[in-house]
Design a binder for this molecule. Structure first.
Ligand SMILES: [Cu+2]
Length: 300
C-alpha cells in the first residue's frame, strides 16, 4: 500500500476518536480545569475564554513536543544501549546538517508562534474601553483595599466608596468573609478598573477572571473587561507586599444593574461620597511633591 493511503487510514479514525472524545467533554474539562468556568453557565468575563485557549493550546503543543522528545530519548537509550561484550566508546558522529537545521528551525517556529499568540491576546485584553459603562478605582494599601465607584463630575465629588480592612482570621485561621472588602460589579457591562496603590507595590487579582495586574505608586494601571456571570468571586493581592500580604483579600460580587444601582445608593446614604484616591496615601515623596512633615526617618 502506498504510504500516503496508509496515512489516511490512520488519520481518519484518529480524527473521529478525537472528535467524539472532545464532544463528550464538559466546559470545565475543555478549559483545562482553570478557575472561572462552570458547566452550566457562561465564562466569568469576556476575556476568560481567550486566556484559557492560550493556556490549553500551549499545553497541547508542548505536550506533543514533550512526548516526541521523551519517545526519541527512550528509543535511543534502548536501541543503542551497550550490549554484552562491547568495549570502548561507541562510534562518535557529528555534523549531521539536516538534523542540526531541523532542531534550529522547529524551536524557532515554536518560540515565534508562542510569541505571536501571546502578543495578540495580550493586545486584545489590554485594550481600554473608550467609553466604559462603569469606572471604578481600586486602591491597594497594606493590607486591604479601598474601592471607589467614580462619578460623572470632573472633580469626582459624586463618587462613592468603601474602605476595607485586612482579613480577620479567628484562632483556627478561618476568615470572616463578611468583613472582607467587597467590590460590586454590574453584569454584562463594560467595566474599567483603575488600579492604584497607597504605599508599596501590590497586585490586583480576581482568580476566576484569570487576570492580575500590578499596582504602583506613581503609575496608574487599568483593566477593561465585561463580567459576564452573576456570582461571587474571590480576589487577593498577588504581589508580596509585607507582613500581612496573605490577609490582603477581597470579594467580588457580580450583580444585576438594579442591584448595583441600589448598592451605590446605599453607599451614598452612608455618606461615603467624594474622591478618596490620594487622600490616604502613605507615601508623599514622589517626584514633584515633598514628604509630609514628621515622616522623615529617625524623626520623633
Ligand atoms: Cu498587597
Amino acid at each position: 500500500m502506498p504510504s500516503k493511503r496508509r496515512l489516511r487510514w490512520v488519520a481518519l479514525p484518529l480524527g473521529v476518536v478525537t472528535a467524539v472524545a472532545l464532544a463528550g467533554c464538559t466546559t470545565t474539562e475543555l478549559n483545562g480545569y482553570l478557575p472561572g468556568f462552570v458547566d452550566d453557565g457562561p465564562a466569568a468575563t469576556n476575556q476568560t475564554e481567550r486566556v484559557s485557549s492560550l493556556w490549553v493550546n500551549s499545553w497541547i503543543v508542548l505536550l506533543a513536543v514533550g512526548v516526541i522528545t521523551w519517545g526519541l530519548m527512550a528509543w535511543a537509550a534502548i536501541a543503542y544501549r551497550r550490549r554484552k561484550g562491547q568495549t570502548g566508546l561507541p562510534v562518535q558522529m557529528r555534523y549531521n546538517m539536516p538534523i542540526e537545521i531541523f532542531y534550529t528551525i522547529v524551536p524557532l517556529i515554536l518560540v515565534l508562534g508562542m510569541f505571536f499568540f501571546t502578543a495578540r491576546d495580550q493586545a486584545a485584553i489590554e485594550a481600554k474601553w473608550d467609553d466604559p459603562d462603569v469606572e471604578i478605582t481600586a486602591i491597594a494599601k497594606q493590607w486591604a483595599w479601598d474601592f471607589q465607584y467614580d462619578g460623572d463630575e470632573d472633580d469626582n465629588s459624586d463618587a462613592v466608596w468603601t474602605m476595607g480592612i485586612q482579613a480577620q482570621p479567628d484562632a483556627e485561621g478561618n476568615i470572616d468573609q463578611e468583613q472582607l472588602p467587597t467590590l460590586v460589579l454590574p453584569v454584562d457591562k463594560k467595566v474599567t478598573i483603575d488600579l492604584q496603590s497607597r504605599d508599596v507595590i501590590h497586585s490586583f487579582w480576581i482568580i476566576d477572571f484569570l487576570y492580575k495586574k500590578d499596582m504602583y505608586i506613581g503609575k496608574d494601571n487599568s483593566w477593561s473587561f465585561i463580567p459576564t456571570r452573576v456570582g461571587e468571586y474571590a480576589g487577593k493581592c498577588a504581589e508580596l507586599c509585607g507582613e500581612y500580604h496573605s490577609m490582603m483579600l477581597f470579594n467580588v460580587k457580580v450583580v444585576e444593574q438594579d442591584e448595583y444601582d441600589a448598592y451605590l445608593e446605599s453607599l451614598k446614604e452612608e455618606g461615603n461620597t467624594g474622591d478618596i484616591t490620594d487622600a490616604y496615601d502613605r507615601l508623599g515623596n514622589y517626584p514633584g511633591t515633598t514628604a509630609p512633615a514628621g515622616t522623615e526617618e529617625g524623626e520623633e
